[in-house]
Design a protein around this ligand. Sequence first.
Ligand SMILES: [Zn+2]
Length: 530
Amino acid sequence: MLLAAALFLTAFANQAFFRNLTTAFADTPWGLLHVFSLAVVLLCATVLLLAMLAYRPLLKPMLVILFMVAAVSAYFMDTFNVIIDHDMLANVMATDSAETGDLLTPKLFWYLGLLGLLPSLLLWRIRIRPASPAKALGSRLLLAGGALLIMLALVLISSAFYAAFVREHKELRYYANPATPMYAGYKYIKSRIKTGPVHLAAIGEDARIPEQDIDRELVIMVVGETARADRFSLNGYERETNPELARHDVISFTDVSSCGTSTAISVPCMFDIYDKDEFSTSKTQATENSLDVLRHAGVTVLWRDNNSNSKGVADRTPIEDFRSPENNPVCDTECRDVGMLSGLREYIDQQESGDILIVLHQMGSHGPAYFKRYPSEFHVFVPTCDTNQLENCSASEIGNAYDNSILYTDHFLSQVIGLLRSYDDQFETAMLYASDHGESLGESGVYLHGLPYWLAPDAQTQVPVIMWFGRNYHDVDVSAMQQLREEPLSHDNLFHTLLGLFEINSGVYDGSKDLLQKSRDLAGTPSLYD
Ligand SMILES: [Zn+2]
């Protein structure tokens, strides 16, 4: 019965899903075969959903609910091409009766009748022979296990296609009916149950800059995007991808693991006090981060973003958006990271006293359209993959486009250093660069990033981290720091290193994780904090 119900729903309640799918993939090689493969995956997913929700005493009522939800959702998706997600449900709940009246059309009743009532009536007439609990459980596990295995097999067989499906056509899976409306309903109810605003826990309110530190610090932290450590020639990559940084006296740490494999996990984790093992999005959102601690100590903080957003990190920090020509003067096909340096000199000059931290959040090497991530003068490694349909390119074309984007990041970081260098007489200057996560470039058929950490290859989790210090930056022994280059480090070091860069005294500071303090320990120079 579950299988029959799933077949019915897949075949008749997913017109919008298949229409959008065919539009997106019909012209690609093997397009129709991929559409068929996705149809089977959708069927298996629906079987899994039914097997999870419809248990024996609730079997019939639950299936009736699913048919009705699917019928109404199918009507709206087919007719208006909308997606039934959490926000849409919230909109529906806020709809008044006059607006609802406008939505009640004869077509809706046809949908309800044919896709909801008809299968429900048929279902109600079927008599189910009771089986022993053990047998019932066994056959259900067999059904769910079978569905899961078929799904996994299909996804593995054409992983490049599924990577494209998930990444570039994110919207398509929201048309999966009734899985998406059911999930949206669950999320909506959950969000209604959760009461009250998130209470933000303050940390590091005791943070102070020691009185003997009279020099002003100017630090630029660059949050990289999708850069992998092994594609930096500073870390031993045979291609010259760091020609500009190689001319500066930088320290490039070669063995740094990221906190997550996606921007949404890694970026908050790079600034929060929690270690990777303790990280959770809700905990991080409810706790102040390193930027807050620096502000408690009187540091002026600015966040400039050429990526999506700060993922909540800069919620209490001034943010400037550089993704449009309004703020960013360096835009061709898209706004460039280098544009984030524009007007920075005026900003720095305006700050009459105290220390300054500027965070620059890069667009970096964001995929899959690597070829869009650099201006034409960085079109050095050729031929490149000039489409976001990675499955249509060779490994070397993808690698060339990606390496060009690293070359551009090399140029950008070098420009950052150039700006800082011009302030050497007024400030103790330093740059800290760290990428959020790496990227799979087709190795073993894996593309992009975001795999569960335990499953993710090093390509996704080993990130470049680079530091540079200006001529007048005291209390750092660059040659001692170079000895730390190959030590295993992680994003967990960033919170304390950021505080260490400003010589912050606070209960939340842990010198054993601060790269500056670690290098002082190594060189045997006395701690700043004794
Ligand atoms: Zn990212």
